[in-house]
Design a protein around this ligand. Structure first.
Ligand SMILES: C[S@@+](CC[C@H](N)C(=O)[O-])C[C@H]1O[C@@H](n2cnc3c(N)ncnc32)[C@H](O)[C@@H]1O
Length: 229
């Protein structure tokens, strides 16, 4: 591991705006499950998650724009979270927090109805068919989101990956999730939509290679049910 990464890991441990899975494993009282608003944000504002947030560009920018909302960027890579957390601390942005966990364990860190809405930004596409259940829009993950989200909260996905996009559309249709918005070319068709033109690190990389960026916004039906057993 590079020295730079080790330094970031050490630094991120000290950041007041990052909660790491190992802290909670060592001291379960540190788990804000069910109490994010009161314990972490000290307000009653709604919570939005950015999943697979990397450096947290969406969480940060949305927090800057919407001081009356709370944002949590989630990723397992501490050196990436370091970047977003450092910027938030430097700019004094108090309505954003970062959580270093595997998204697979969301229910361990959030209670029923605790989350208003979810952004999924450029998640790993897992192109192999045998890895399809690792995709963050696989039914197994939608079931987890359903358990922690308020009814009718939207889920938004941004991706460069055509296969992941097609897969998501198929899952959403199969599970009868209403689609609220969809475009296969964010920067061509929605260049005036200030919500969609926030760009992440990976998004910039994909665009530099000439890739088209796709977006879908959908809701889980209130009677959503999926059994992966
Ligand atoms: C391609 S990067 C995208 C990062 C950022 N959203 C961006 O657009 O620049 C995918 C991110 O997902 C994270 N990730 C993938 N699977 C995960 C999981 N199950 N739990 C937590 N993080 C995950 C990786 O660590 C990585 O930072």
């Amino acid at each position: 591991m590079s020295r730079n990464k080790l330094e970031k890991f050490a630094e991120v441990e000290q950041f007041s705006n990052v909660t790491q899975i190992q802290d909670i494993r060592e001291n379960p009282d540190l788990n804000p499950r069910g109490e994010w608003k009161t314990r972490i944000f000290e307000n009653e504002n709604p919570i939005t998650l950015e999943l697979a947030c990397g450096k947290g560009e969406y969480a940060l920018e949305l927090a800057r724009r919407n001081p009356d909302r709370n944002y949590i960027g989630i990723d397992i890579k501490g050196d990436r979270l370091w970047k977003g957390a450092k910027i938030a601390l430097e700019e004094g942005i108090e309505n954003v927090h970062f959580l270093r966990i595997y998204i697979d364990h969301l229910e361990e860190f959030f209670a029923e109805n605790e989350v208003r809405d979810i952004w999924i930004t450029f998640p790993d596409p897992y192109p192999k068919y045998s890895d399809r259940n690792k995709r963050l829009t696989a039914p197994k993950f939608l079931q987890k989101y359903h358990k922690i989200m308020q009814p009718r909260g939207p889920i938004r996905l941004k991706t460069d990956n055509w296969r992941l996009f097609k897969f998501t559309r198929r899952v959403v249709k199969w599970l009868e999730c209403p689609i609220e918005d969809i475009t296969e070319d964010v920067h061509g068709e929605r260049s005036d939509d200030s919500l969609l033109t926030i760009q992440t690190f990976y998004e910039k990389r994909h665009r530099d290679k000439g890739k088209q960026i796709r977006y879908i916004k959908f809701r889980l039906p209130e009677d959503f049910e999926y059994d992966d057993s």
